[in-house]
Ligand binder design. Structure first.
Ligand code: AMP
Length: 412
């Protein structure tokens, strides 16, 4: 019998089995933070909406469409915190921490809220552990931050980690680069996907995130920020790289690394875990030298990161998706090929793969959404024309395959 009430979409209950694994993460974070000299901070679950609008930026997805905002009984606009950096910068100013020896090093762990489309590894209430060092522009801080997150993820047993690293330069350099990129995008506007075109004026860097093949082709030839770093920005980045190399931290330079928050300057980084599929980022962050000033404080360089506890648990196998287990293949079928879909799924299952198909009469679009919800690594689309296409759900890449040898195409 199903209960008449369920946890709201994109949220979940933490049951005792998982509570133990979570407590282990919190204990490891507390122990490491203490060793690295970070003190714990806890800010309220909700803040004035204006803090996020000013701090996170109006061109970000977070502020445009993902905030859980409401008015309290006195009519004050409030928002459930979508991220931790702006509230901590606010607390730093409110408590006069700029008068303490700098940088002030803080860490946190708690729930965050974003109105995103739920899927494997992406929720509307999720838990982040994060760290911030406010009040120093020294590249040593960037390196220490990355070392801290690297050590935490390794201590927790997150395997197959990849570190992507880039620099966005100073606000002035970033603005100049933004104009250059925008001019390039305008010149190629007709080749870009409509959604990229629609928001390129506001946030041209996000075009690097697009999975659309036409857009990707254009972006391959786009000017890259790392080629434009100059003077102190270039020196700063070179120092961060040197420090990481000395510390034996492997990284990949990725000039297309774009983070979904507007406040980043200079160093940005992300740790990814391949086995997580579409939502592969476990944690990331960077420098935000302009944020504190933007919130009304003195010029104050700072650096920080956040990592998702649920993604860590998924990566270590200590969390099962409450909605569905991740599967190898979802077979989607056009009208008229549904019987063929069952035959194929059976063949795949007999070969040892986890495979599933639509059992609810959804259209092709709905079937692809279902594949996404199930966390499928690949989808096989049986088209009305008799053909078969394999889609990599993480990258969006598609290729036609021989309908008689789909198993060979998806095995491995
Ligand atoms: P961000 O604050 O966007 O830089 O994200 C930092 C980390 O938080 C990501 O690497 C994820 O591990 C995690 N995260 C962000 N958004 C979500 C979400 N909607 N659901 C689960 N984890 C998330």
């Amino acid at each position: 019998m199903s209960a008449s009430h369920q946890a709201p979409r994109g949220t979940f209950d933490i049951l005792p089995e998982e509570a133990t694994a979570r407590a282990r993460i919190e204990a490891a974070a507390a122990e490491l933070a203490a060793r690295y000299g970070y003190g714990r901070i806890e800010t309220p679950i909700f803040e004035d909406t204006e803090l996020f609008v000013r701090g996170v930026g109006t061109s970000t997805d977070i502020v445009r469409k993902e905030m859980f905002s409401f008015e309290d009984l006195g009519g004050r606009p409030l928002t459930l915190r979508p991220e931790g950096t702006a509230p901590i910068a606010r607390a730093y100013l409110e408590h006069g921490m700029h008068r303490l020896p700098q940088p002030v090093k803080l860490w946190y762990l708690g729930p965050f809220f974003r109105h995103e489309r739920p899927q494997a590894g992406r929720y509307r209430q999720f838990t982040q552990v994060g760290a911030e060092a406010i009040g120093s522009g020294d590249p040593l801080v960037d390196a220490e931050m990355i070392l801290l997150l690297d050590e935490l993820l390794r201590a927790l047993g997150v395997a197959e980690l990849r570190l992507r690293l880039s620099s966005l330069g100073s606000p002035a350099g970033r603005r100049a680069y933004r104009e250059e990129l925008l001019a390039y995008l305008r010149a190629h506007a007709s080749e870009l996907a409509p959604d990229v075109r629609a928001r390129m004026e506001e946030n041209p860097l996000r075009a690097f995130d697009s999975k659309d093949p036409g857009t990707r082709e254009v972006m391959a030839g786009a000017p890259k920020i790392l080629e434009r770093l100059e003077g102190e920005d270039a020196e700063h980045f070179a120092a961060v790289r040197r420090l990481l190399e000395q510390a034996g931290i492997a990284y990949e330079l990725d000039p297309t690394l774009v983070r979904g928050l507007d406040y980043y300057t200079r160093t940005v980084f992300a740790f990814e875990c391949e086995r997580l599929g579409a939502q592969s980022e476990v944690g990331g962050g960077g420098r935000y030298d302009a944020l504190v000033e933007q919130l009304g404080g003195p010029p104050t360089p700072a650096c920080g990161w956040a990592a998702g506890i649920e993604r860590i648990l998924l990566a270590t196998g200590e969390r099962r998706e409450p909605h569905a287990a991740a599967i190898d293949v979802f077979v989607a079928a056009a009208e008229g090929r549904r019987e063929g879909a069952l035959a194929l799924v059976t063949e795949l299952r007999r070969a040892g793969l986890s495979a599933d198909l639509d059992l609810a009469g959804r259209g092709l679009r709905g079937q692809m959404r279902q594949a996404d919800r199930l966390g499928a690594r690949r989808a096989v689309i049986l088209g009305a024309d008799g053909g078969a296409t394999v889609r990599d759900m993480a990258t969006g890449e598609q290729r036609q395959v021989d309908p008689a040898s789909v198993l060979e195409a998806v095995a491995g």
